[in-house]
Write a protein that binds this ligand. Structure first.
Ligand SMILES: *[C@@H]1O[C@H](CO)[C@@H](O)[C@H](O)[C@H]1NC(C)=O
Ligand SMILES: *[C@@H]1O[C@H](CO)[C@@H](O)[C@H](O)[C@H]1NC(C)=O
Ligand SMILES: *[C@@H]1O[C@H](CO)[C@@H](O)[C@H](O)[C@H]1NC(C)=O
Length: 409
């Protein structure tokens, strides 16, 4: 939303200038009344957006902002030796309004038409420069405004939440995410993980997760600030919403990242996962996220031939997985089968351990259930899950045989 608004605001200024440009440089100038009033209409609209967007972006009042703007733009005066040249956007508008008298406009048009190619070119350059000066705040500017607000401890909760939500949108593009730490944004966002207000904590976890998705640079920056420990604690929250957002951020932060996975282990992330997976009173959607993370971690171990996450093959962990297969939730069962399939492939996972947990009979019962229970609509899905079940069964038997052979040798 932030981007869309900033962009539409920028484009209406551009539109205004283009309308004026057309009026200045084309033959349409001879029929200027409609053009001039269109310019005024567009200007009025642009002004309204400009005002609301600025108020949206910061708590500062309009006076303060225009003072800042003047200071940063060195005043909005454009050097111009063009007779009747535009000193500012305001004077350009006044000109547009002032010239809506057709007789006068014709005169001006005649003047414009006397200009040489060179002069016209110069005029274009000037208008381009004016456009640059009027350029609306960049994403980096908007991020700075939001961060200034986050750094301000006396800001209201509402404004803090709004600043975080702006960042949430702004950090989606990878370039912006890469800039976040450079402009001092990660530290205040991470601090908000400790905010007393749950919504603030949730949104800051969300920002961190969004910024670190598929971005090893930002992952490592956030890990470097030690945010993972706090997120792991959030995973225990009684609020499903908060725990789920923590899980989202953790997953984004440690995905395909060895440092992150080591930190996850040393912050006892495995205990947090066990807590979520073990309790029947925990929202099943949160459990599915946890199972998904397990699969992701196991696949990474496998593909990177890393063996850092010993907990994945621990008895207590495997038991939780096997137990979850008996829950009557097809979607959960599918996700757990995927996790077990990945865990079985890990060299550290002992098939005999899974045998002692009764995986064989659990898989058998699941097969019966998948054949008998599904309603008409679920038949196809149940068929897919059953295919996966057979695959896990075969993998399990194979690994079991290998284990026995190895023991006998
Ligand atoms: C924005 O709004 C202010 C006052 O509301 C106005 O003076 C200015 O021309 C508008 N446009 C820009 C680009 O600042
Ligand atoms: C911090 O926020 C308060 C309340 O919105 C405001 O009055 C104050 O000017 C802000 N301070 C800075 C340094 O922006
Ligand atoms: C916000 O605070 C952080 C440190 O907490 C600092 O690095 C950063 O420069 C500050 N940014 C702004 C825009 O105030």
């Amino acid at each position: 939303m932030a981007n869309a608004r900033a962009r539409s605001q920028g484009s209406s200024h551009r539109h205004l200038i283009l309308v004026l440009l057309v009026a200045l440089l084309s033959a349409d100038f001879l029929l200027p009344v409609a053009t001039a009033s269109a310019a005024v209409a567009v200007a009025a609209e642009g002004d309204g957006e400009n005002r609301s967007a600025r108020q949206w972006a910061t708590g500062k009042d309009e006076g303060e902002l225009s003072a800042e703007r003047e200071a940063s733009a060195g005043g909005s005066v454009v050097e111009d030796d063009f007779a009747g040249g535009f000193g500012s956007l305001d004077s350009m508008l006044q000109w547009a309004i002032g010239n809506s008298d057709p007789g006068k406009l014709k005169e001006e048009a005649a003047d414009v038409q006397k200009l040489s190619e060179d002069e016209l070119l110069k005029r274009r350059v000037e208008i381009k420069e004016l456009m640059e000066k009027l350029k609306m705040p960049s994403d980096a500017d908007l991020m700075k405004i939001a961060i200034t607000d986050l750094n301000n401890s006396s800001i209201s909760l509402e404004d803090r939440q709004r600043a975080l939500q702006e960042l949430l949108i702004l950090v989606e593009p990878i370039d912006n995410a890469n800039d976040l730490d450079k402009i001092g944004g990660l530290v205040p966002v991470i601090q908000d993980l400790n905010n007393a207000n749950e919504e603030i904590r949730i949104t800051s976890a969300w920002v961190l997760g969004t910024a670190s998705q598929n971005n090893v640079l930002v992952q490592n920056q956030i890990l470097g600030y030690g945010a993972l420990g706090k997120l792991v604690k959030m995973g225990y929250s009684k609020s499903t919403k908060e725990a789920a957002k923590a899980m989202f951020a953790i997953s984004a932060l440690i995905r395909d990242n060895v440092n992150g996975q080591e930190a996850f282990q040393s912050e006892r992330g495995n205990a947090m996962l066990q807590h979520i997976l073990a309790s029947n009173s925990i929202d099943v959607r949160l459990q599915k996220k946890a199972v998904f993370l397990v699969t992701d971690l196991a696949d990474f171990q496998l593909n990177s031939e890393n063996s850092g996450l010993a907990f994945l093959s621990e008895h207590v962990f495997l038991k939780l997985m096997v137990d979850m297969l008996s829950r009557f939730d097809l979607d959960l069962q599918e996700k757990v089968l995927l996790a077990i399939r990945s865990l079985l492939k890990l060299p550290s996972t002992d098939a005999a351990d899974l045998e002692s947990l009764g995986l064989d009979s659990v898989l058998y019962r699941l097969g019966v259930q998948l054949e008998e229970l599904p309603s008409e609509e679920q038949k196809e899905y149940a068929g897919e899950v059953d295919g996966l079940r057979r695959e896990v069964q075969a993998l399990f038997q194979q690994k079991l045989k290998q284990g026995t052979a190895a023991a006998a040798a």
